[in-house]
Write a protein that binds this ligand. Structure first.
Ligand code: ADP
Ligand code: 5GP
Length: 201
């Protein structure tokens, strides 16, 4: 059998810029695919089923928990989100690298089942900037924004569990940093040192 693909797990507060950065990254690496998650939340106006998420009902989500179909799942901001084990294994078994945008609870679960996964945390430069970005994005109600900001504090508290931390202040720099991390694994599949998070064991 050929070499398995690498799993890149990206987490960070909602509004930190994960989707914006991942969209650019996916244009660069033909061997890298985005893991389309399943969620029970409603689609935003710009989101398409099967592209941004697979939008499913809560009943179907719960059935898949009972059936043990999730590689990881979590309740985030009052909705369910998950990654199907079948989808993920199919991709890495064919040698594709996979990048996931999942919350910190899901990342912890995946790290247990796929210990070789690379964990990357994307943070905003400040909570104030995060609030500005969520408001400017215009996809969430003021109540939802407050909920996301409270959750952000909790997510930031596990930042030291990640191999790499990228501060998304200047977008172009953040994109370059993520590119460098991915290139390193393409090159030799070894963890590098220059932009490794100092607190990473
Ligand atoms: P996430 O996927 O982490 O929830 P998004 O990618 O949707 O975040 O980004 C949230 C908002 O912030 C979007 O409107 C995006 O255009 C904007 N944004 C992302 N990165 C930056 C940046 N470096 N500087 C300013 N605005 C940014
Ligand atoms: P949003 O509703 O803004 O698209 O995503 C909210 C949060 O859910 C983000 O932190 C995102 O990383 C997380 N998320 C998206 N998909 C998944 C998934 O499949 N599993 C888990 N655990 N979290 C997810």
């Amino acid at each position: 059998m050929g070499k398995k693909g690498t799993i890149f797990i990206v987490s960070g507060p909602s509004g930190a810029g994960k989707s914006t950065i991942l969209n650019e990254i996916l244009k660069t690496f033909p061997n890298l695919v985005y893991s389309v998650s399943y969620t029970t939340r409603s689609p935003r106006s710009n989101e398409r089923n099967g592209v941004h998420y697979h939008f499913i009902s809560k009943d179907i989500f719960l059935e898949k928990i009972t059936g043990g179909e999730w590689a990881e799942w979590a309740e985030v901001h009052g909705q369910f989100y998950g990654t199907l084990a079948g989808d993920l294994n199919r991709a890495i078994d064919t040698g594709l690298d996979v990048i996931l945008d999942i919350d910190v609870k899901g990342a912890k679960q995946l790290k247990t089942s796929y210990p070789e996964a690379v964990l990357i945390f994307i943070t905003p430069p400040s909570m104030e900037k995060l609030r500005e970005r969520l408001i400017k994005r215009g996809t969430d109600t003021p109540e939802e924004i407050e909920r996301r900001l409270i959750n952000a504090q909790k997510e930031m508290s596990v930042i030291d569990k990640y191999h790499y931390v990228i501060i998304n202040d200047r977008l172009d720099q953040a994109i370059s940093e993520l590119k460098r991390i991915i290139e390193r694994y393409h090159a030799d599949k070894k963890v590098g040192t220059s932009i490794r998070h100092p607190s990473c064991a």
